[in-house]
Structures are given as C-alpha cells and as structure tokens.
Design a protein around this ligand. Structure first.
Ligand code: UD1
Length: 378
C-alpha cells in the first residue's frame, strides 16, 4: 500500500474550528491522508473551543499546545516555538492554515522557515486596513504560503495585485460548506429560541468583539446606539458575549441597555439557528456577515470596511462604521425590508461563494499539488 500523505491542520480560534470541519471530512474521504490536528490553544474555554469539535464531529486534536492568551508577540512567538518542535519531529508533507488569526500566522511562519509546504485556506482576503491585526496576519500568511485556496473572485483579484496568482486556486467558501452541512440539524436540534423565549423575526442578533469596538468608550457608545434602535423598532437584541467583550462589560451598568439581552457564547448549531431566525444581524465579525447572507438574514456591519464586499454590493449587508446616524439609517432601511431575499440574491450568493463544495475542491487540489514532483519539498 502506498504511504499516506501526512497533513497537519493548525487551528486555535473559534472561527478556525468551523472552517476545519468540512476539510477534516473531505480529507478523510480521500482515503490517502494521515490528517493530524494541532490546536494552538489560543481559544481554550469550553464554549470557545471543545464545543465546536463535538458538534461539528471533528476528531480531538492530536496535539494541544496550550499556548493560551497573551499580547500579540507573546502569543505568536510561543506558538511558533512549540509548532517548530512538532514540525521538526514529525516532518509533515504539508501544513494547512486557516483564516487570519495569530494561530494562522504562527503556523505559517514556523513552517516556512523550515521549508515545509504551506497551504492557506481562506486566502486573498483584504480589508486594506492595516490597523487590524488580522490584515497583517493575512498578508504575511499569503506571502509565505505555497498554495492559496481563495473563497472569492475578489480574493483572486487581490492576490493578482500582489503577484501571487500563480499559486492561487478559486475554491468557493468553506463557511458555505459548514452552513449547508448543518442548517437542517440546527433547525431540528437547537432549542435556543425556546430557551430564550424568542420568536422568529422578533429579535436581532448582535456580536461585538473587535479590539477597536471593545474599548469601554466605543462599546458604551455602540450599545447605547443599538439599544435605542432596538427600542424604536420594538425588538430585543441578543448578544452572545465574547470573553474580550465580557471583560469590558464587567465595568458597566448593563441595565442601561434594556433592549439588549446578554448571553453566554453559543455553540455552532445554536448560533446558526439564531442567525436564520433573526430579523437582523448586527456584527463586527467577518464570518457572521456571510452566515447571515447564506441564511437569508440582513446584516449591519459595525466596521469601516469588510473583506466580504460582495454582500454589500448585493444590498444584503450595510457597512456603517460606528457613527450613530449611519447606524440609525441602516436600521430603518433593514427593518423596512419585508420578507425573504429574492431568489436572484441566492443565485448570486451561489455564484460568489460556491454551493458548499469548497472543502472537496481543496482536498482534491491538495493531493494533486502534493503529488506533483515540483511541489514536494521533502
Ligand atoms: C481572535 C482573532 C480574531 C477572531 C476571533 C474569534 C487574532 C488576532 N484575532 O480574536 O480574528 O475573529 O479570535 O473569536 O488572532 N479569552 C478567553 N477565553 C478564550 C479565548 C480568549 O477568556 O477561550 C479572552 C482572553 O482574555 C484574551 C481575549 O479573550 O485575551 C482575546 O482573545 P484572543 O485569542 O487574543 O483574540 P480574539 O479577540 O478572540
């Protein structure tokens, strides 16, 4: 029997566990890959980490580096030291990295320095805002990766502009895969609406965790503005609180924001259920903008820019920054939109993000690429 190809997936933060799920299953289906999962430990709370492995049927990590929280340099450096040790010992045929977190950057840099081939899932995205740590992580990761798996045509264009087109493959979006693989289960299994006594379309879903939105001043301003809008439109905003946001909320009087309901972070199926049933999603997350789109819910993005410009061009996502007037106008606009998205919007989403087979495309390309003589750097 031919030797198995050893591929390491390095993940560490919540959105990466989600992106990993369809890749795990697509690699398993090939029957020729020894796929090992390395968890950096960037996210370590039960509800930020292991709950996703259980729900999305991802095997437990083969290696848990337990790095935990820290400043950017401390966290990234600690991951690199530990990853290099494992890479040196095991010499995988390739390392797969996901998205744009510090775990992505550390995994790619450590592999690049010792000449282990790197493939980047969700490559090519740019916000063109270098104040975001994720933007730096993306740029560096793309430039030290050997194979770039790109979710959108916009991403391909960005990579062309950086002379990286030759190593890029347009795959569609793995987050589409995850939504499509789990939406029925979310409908049948999740009890989150009942648990919080929420009616479909009778509430909004809110998430805030970006450093720029979680200073005490910025967070107070956003919550006050959103609270006013929620009251005006007679809906409750449900906010599953990220640990970074919780640390700031602890110093505030939450009863000032009576239309906002603060709840624990949610597992994937509960989140998908809430997104699908919400009247509106308000967020500074990247992934949630698309989950809202795939599930037919309008989104208001409280950031100055987005990597997912297609959703804005389609008119189903409004970029508002943090200006109160812009937020008010976006609320008025979104709340006046009656009924589901037009069929043409869903057709456009299929065209822009694929139909849920991105992981299969990636797994097949990865094998072809690694079997190519010129690519294997062993
Ligand atoms: C990271 C990613 C961000 C992604 C987000 C998803 C980077 C630079 N950012 O941001 O792109 O959108 O994950 O959540 O990598 N904490 C806990 N428990 C945990 C994890 C974190 O309490 O399990 C707290 C710690 O106090 C930590 C803070 O949350 O300092 C922030 O965590 P960190 O991983 O540094 O960044 P995120 O904001 O989660």
């Amino acid at each position: 029997m031919a030797d198995l190809i050893t591929i390491f997936s390095v993940v560490g933060a919540r959105p990466q566990f989600i992106k990993l799920a369809p890749i795990v299953h697509a690699l398993q289906r090939t029957g020729v890959v020894n796929h090992q999962i390395l968890h950096t430990g960037q996210h370590y709370d039960e509800n930020m980490s292991s709950v996703f492995f259980d729900e999305l049927d991802i095997p437990r990590p083969d290696v848990d580096l337990g790095v935990g929280s820290g400043s950017h340099a401390v966290q990234t450096a600690a991951m690199m030291v530990k990853l290099e040790e494992v890479y040196q010992r095991e010499r995988p045929d390739a390392v797969l990295v996901y998205g744009d977190t510090n775990s992505t950057l550390a995994a790619a840099l450590a592999a690049a320095k010792i000449h282990i081939p790197i493939a980047h899932v969700e490559a090519g995205l740019r916000s063109f805002n270098r104040d975001m740590p994720e933007e730096i992580n993306r740029i560096v990761t793309d430039h030290c990766s050997d194979r770039l798996y790109v979710p959108t045509v916009t991403g391909m264009r960005n990579l062309k502009n950086e002379n990286l087109l030759e190593r890029s493959v347009l795959t569609g979006d793995v987050m589409r895969d995850v939504v499509e693989n789990n939406r029925k289960q979310a409908e049948s299994k999740s009890r989150i609406l009942e648990e919080h006594k929420l009616c479909p379309d009778g509430f909004g879903l809110l998430t805030l965790h970006r450093p720029v939105n979680t200073t005490a001043e910025a967070l107070r301003h956003l919550l006050a503005t959103l609270d006013r809008n929620a009251r005006a439109h007679k809906i409750t905003m449900v906010l599953p609180v990220h640990p970074r946001t919780l640390a700031i909320l602890n110093s505030m009087t939450l009863t000032d924001f009576r239309a906002i309901r603060f709840i624990e972070p949610l597992a994937y199926l509960d989140m998908i259920r809430l997104v699908g049933a919400a009247r509106v999603v308000v967020t500074d997350s990247g992934g949630l903008q698309k989950e809202a789109a795939f599930l037919g819910t309008y989104c208001i993005t409280v950031r100055e820019e987005t990597e997912w410009t297609e959703t804005v061009e389609m008119g189903i996502n409004v970029l508002v920054g943090t200006d109160a007037d812009q937020i008010n106008a976006a609320f008025d606009k979104v709340m006046s939109n009656a009924g589901p998205f037009a069929a043409t919007v869903f057709q456009e989403l299929d065209k822009q993000y694929g139909v849920g087979d991105a992981a299969t495309v990636i797994a097949q390309d990865l094998l072809t690429w690694l079997n190519g003589k010129d690519c294997r750097k062993l």
